[in-house]
Design a protein around this ligand. Structure first.
Ligand SMILES: Cc1cc2nc3c(=O)[nH]c(=O)nc-3n(C[C@H](O)[C@H](O)[C@H](O)COP(=O)(O)OP(=O)(O)OC[C@H]3O[C@@H](n4cnc5c(N)ncnc54)[C@H](O)[C@@H]3O)c2cc1C
Length: 422
């Protein structure tokens, strides 16, 4: 079923136009060939030749679609025009992402691929001109891959200040030592943006253990990929465990100022959380369409599902979950775009609410589809795992709830109260 998008009253005409063009592209170019894009999900092939043919066809198809995305002027919407992107503002991006996410994995065909996209945005904001030439441009044109290496097995990833990885200045290099895991895209990455506590014994750079972001090429001596960690029952993934052992990182690979790394990570994660939520809305929308469509034709125990009140409850609850998620996320995106001081609370609110709503909606869609719901014939199983993971990644629910509560309580302690209208 195609995504049903019409202009939103009162919305900037250029954003309406963008949504309609994106939806038309998804409906015409991606949904009809979606199954061919992911032959590995199909699993069953009669012969090895058939499997290989399907694999080659999917690679060729991806390139064809990317070329059409470029022609349609929809490539890399998150990047400034000078770096080959569309130069969209934050709100326009959020409105585009909900449409893109309707088709499984479509965003990568539009040049938006985590963690590359987040790293590219950090390079745009903090990189020197030289770093942009060397690392950003190849990321944009797809000749390089990257990862973001912050979380460590020994300390709580939910507290980014707890990292133990160290970088100590030695002449014109940092000597980097540390142990990370869940560095996504680690197998293919040409460089990582590594979060480390930096110390400069000379005092020139003014850091004694402050968090600093370093661009670390993966072919430097001492960068060791220990494994691609198996997750969700799969034996391996591209979420990597990495050891950095006396890695000599040139000082010129410092991203932003030494000591600015925590802020850079927060910038990256803050924007990323809004995009994750808008993507979740797009996927919920798809799950909802699949669910409702099925209820119109599936007969169970003497009647169509659509006439059973349990099922009507699924539809109504999912409608409310999607509407509330969507409006909360657009509100948070508008707060980011306007530089609203309440933005941290709004972002934490969506980061808890939306992945949980996403989880509930997909869960109901799977239930309606019965056994078919957990097969690879539908995108629901992949969505379900994604929704569950999102409750941990980029900050677990509990940490965001604590932040919301603290911000609210602070307001009342100061003698004020909460203004839900702003
Ligand atoms: C698929 C996947 C991909 C990822 N990709 C990346 C990546 O590319 N780069 C990267 O650096 N990291 C990545 N991560 C790591 C992710 O960001 C962390 O898993 C996350 O921040 C949580 O950290 P942790 O796993 O150390 O859990 P912990 O910090 O140990 O927290 C465990 C649990 O403790 C509870 N908890 C934590 N704090 C509190 C509190 N104050 N009060 C009450 N309860 C609390 C929560 O329930 C939480 O789920 C990825 C993770 C996954 C699963």
């Amino acid at each position: 079923m195609p995504i049903n998008v019409s202009p939103i009253a009162g919305l900037d005409p250029s954003i309406n136009d963008l949504r309609l063009r994106t939806a038309a592209f998804i409906n015409a170019e991606i949904l009809p060939v979606e199954a061919e894009l992911y032959p590995s999900l199909r699993g069953w092939f009669e012969t090895d030749e058939e499997r290989e043919r399907a694999r080659r066809r999917s690679i060729a198809l991806r390139e064809e679609i990317k070329a059409k995305v470029n022609e349609a002027g929809l490539w890399a919407p998150h990047l400034p025009q000078e770096y080959g992107g569309m130069g969209l503002d934050f709100l326009a991006l959020a409105y585009m992402y909900e449409i893109l996410a309707y088709a499984l994995g479509a965003s990568s065909l539009f040049g938006i691929m985590a963690p590359n996209s987040g790293n590219a945005s950090v390079l745009v904001k903090y990189g020197t001109e030289e770093q942009k030439q060397k690392w950003l441009l190849p990321l944009v044109d797809g000749t390089m891959e990257s990862g973001f290496s912050m979380t460590e097995p020994e300390v709580a990833g939910s507290n980014p200040r707890a990292i133990r990885t160290e970088a100590v200045r030695d002449g014109d290099h940092w000597i980097l030592n540390g142990h990370k895991w869940f560095t996504s895209n680690g197998i293919d990455a040409n460089f990582f943006i590594v979060q480390a506590k930096a110390t400069d014994p000379t005092g020139e750079l003014g850091v004694q253990g402050q968090i600093t972001s370093l661009i670390v090429p993966t072919d430097l001596a001492g960068v060791k990929i220990v494994r691609g960690i198996g997750i969700w029952g799969r034996s391996e993934s591209d979420h990597c465990e990495v050891v950095y052992e006396n890695v000599k990182v040139p000082l010129e690979n410092t991203l932003g100022l030494a000591g600015q790394g925590h802020q850079a990570a927060q910038d990256r994660l803050g924007a990323g959380r809004v995009f994750h939520c808008m993507n979740s809305v797009g996927m919920m929308w798809r799950a909802f369409d699949l669910m409702v469509e099925r209820t119109l034709t599936r007969e169970v125990h003497g009647g169509l599902q659509k006439d059973m009140q349990f099922i009507q409850g699924f539809i109504a609850d999912s409608y409310m979950d999607i509407q509330s998620s969507r409006l909360m996320t657009i509100d948070a995106a508008a707060k980011v775009a306007n530089g609203d001081p309440g933005v941290r609370t709004a972002i934490s609110g969506i980061k808890v609410f939306v992945p949980n709503a996403f989880h509930r909606v997909v869960d109901r869609a799977i239930q309606v589809w019965g056994g078919a719901g957990v097969t690879n014939d539908l995108p629901l199983a992949a969505m379900y795992l994604g929704a569950r993971t999102l409750r941990l990644a980029d900050g677990p629910d509990e940490v965001h709830k604590i932040l919301i509560a603290k911000n609210v309580i602070r307001q009342y302690e100061r003698g004020g109260s909460w203004d839900f209208g702003s």
